[in-house]
Design a protein around this ligand. Structure first.
Ligand code: ZN
Length: 187
């Protein structure tokens, strides 16, 4: 089922996600619906906050992107990122392993807005899978960027929070417009 993606101004986007302690049918269904929703919206990632559910659950799939490379390393061995897509991650923890780089970023909750965002170029991720497996891997390129963007969402952080005051200022008119449209009815 395709879920509604909430946009900037919706309070769920600022909520820190609860950890997922146990995977039940509802979590499995939510993850499947989030994958379907991400694909329908042609995104490379989606966090539970973006469908109005503040949980530590996100999905990522960079396999359809050809012009922005990604790399993935599991147990010290290089793995084709496409082989592990889509990723469904629960309670992910991320630590940077390389210096920062700047790249363009968008967000399904900010339709029409793109911005240059500076983030570590590579990260180490620890997360749980739906099957309860503990996953540890290293990622770089677009995949590292997408993972950090989603991990931020799970903690109520948005990509515009990484902008310089100056860049934020120039986006303010668009953000104001979005924010008014994104508020839930009655709020
Ligand atoms: Zn986003």
């Amino acid at each position: 089922m395709i879920l509604e993606i909430v946009t900037y101004g919706h309070p769920a986007l600022r909520a820190k996600g609860r950890r997922v302690a146990a995977v039940d049918e509802r979590i499995e269904k939510l993850a499947a619906d989030m994958l379907e929703t991400m694909r329908d919206a042609e995104g490379v990632g989606l966090a539970a906050q973006q469908v109005g559910r503040p949980l530590q659950l996100c999905v990522v799939d960079v396999s359809g992107v050809e012009d922005r490379p990604s790399w993935l390393r599991v147990d010290g061995k290089d793995v084709d990122p496409a082989a592990l897509m889509p990723m469904i991650l629960l309670n992910p923890e991320i630590e940077p392993i390389e210096a920062v780089e700047t790249g363009v970023e968008g967000c399904l909750s900010f339709p029409g807005i793109l911005a240059d965002i500076t983030r570590p170029a590579a990260v180490r991720v620890r997360a749980r899978t739906l099957a309860g497996k503990h996953l540890v891997f290293e990622a770089g390129g677009l995949l590292a960027r997408a993972l950090q963007h989603e991990h931020d969402h799970l903690n109520g952080i948005l990509f515009i929070d990484h902008l310089s005051a100056e860049d934020r200022e120039s986006l303010l008119p668009e953000l104001d417009k979005l924010s008014r449209a994104g508020m839930p009815r009655g709020v």
